[in-house]
Ligand binder design. Sequence first.
Ligand code: ZN
Length: 488
Amino acid sequence: MKRKMLQNVAVAAGVAGLMALTTIPEDQDISRQVGDYFEEVRRDPLLLTTFFTAMPKGGDLHHHFSGSMYGETYWQILSDHDGWINTSTVDVDTPGVAHTLPWKRFTALPRDARFDSLKQAFLRTVSAKDYEVSLRPSDEHFFGTFGKMSFIASFGMEQGLRELRQRAVSENVQYIETQTGQPDMRINLPENEGWEKSLEGVSLKDSLAVFGILDKLRDSLLAHGATHWADSCRRRMAEVHRNANVDDSTFMVRYQLSASRAGAPLSVYRRLLLAFEIADRDSLVVGVNLVSREDGEVSMRDYQLHMLMFAHLDRSYYRRVPYSLHAGELTAGMVRPEQLRTHITEAVMVAGARRIGHGVDIAYESAWKPLLDLMARKKIAIEINLSSNEFILKVKNEQHPVLLYFTRKVPVVISTDDAGVLRTDLTRQYVLLATRYPSLHYADIKQMVRNSIRYSFIKPAVVKEQKLRELDAAFARFEQQVLRHRAR
Ligand SMILES: [Zn+2]
């Protein structure tokens, strides 16, 4: 069978290809020889880049929609729709609002060198392009970009999705799971303040008391039309997804919805409930997450409460909805040492996360060993974001725990986090991985790529199986290509 496939490829490749193919072995030997070639090129950043560009990369399971769009796309959206720009601060706005000088419409901008320098200034504001550490701390710069751009991302979502698809396809990524939006419902609960007070006042040691409050809060939100808001949000997302026209037989986008952990407890719960309601019934929304900086004042204060919210929603109502949690996106010096001890543990053991995003402070967790054993046993994947951790946390090379997870047999997946803000892509993440960690070989990296489909939230299971088969077929083609190239 394999021989037949090779012959077919050979016919298609022509006589030169056939001559090269005669030297190509079969079965695992092909993979082993590709591994040899990989070892030859891993110290050559350019050849390594060509290798990883062509290598099938499965899915990108951890990235944020607005942070994945490049500044150039935002600029294009604003130009296409004649949006606003403040020519002093380079803040931007959508066309449907009114502004006065120094704000200008895009059509009123001179199309000369000033236009280009304004564009460059804009790109520097919304990304790490030409970033100067002396002007602003990198974490502040990074998180500051979201407030500037996320509303433009919603405005130009179809264009943004097309950009993400185009990049993914061009670097051989077959699936992306995009964190998009934190929808809320326009429901004014009677006794809003009462809910806030009871959520802020409850003892977190008494999880049953917390669950009791959350049960009543959920009942009240459902009685006031939460399901209606979930349906309307689903319709809106389906329409955008359809209009963007990004799915086909070779590529697929699915979504995670989230809540900002910087919000007040009631606001976080409302958004989580809506996200779970949607993900429970929708085929496009496959998971839930928590976003915003983990070391923020409110995020740190309410961390345990947020974990209990997930435990409550999962165990009482939405067992079918999987979620990944940003946890341990912290490092020494960022917070007090004792605040580095439990976040990943709680995300896994209390909240029941199916995947962990970042997990950088694992070595500081009090229960790091049993936690890693549990993650390995229960196949709780870790989403590794090398460029992001380097830029925001200043953690890289041997300080980064990717090998700690890997050697303890926790499933590792490689992702981008915010390719647009960080001016990177998934290929670059694999180049960094191979360059920084020489103990990882081709077979290990191939396994990580397979993990990115296996531990994705793709549903139903039959579709995931299909994607895995497609990935295996893509690897077979890639490996033959590499050996053909090597034989020349
Ligand atoms: Zn993230």
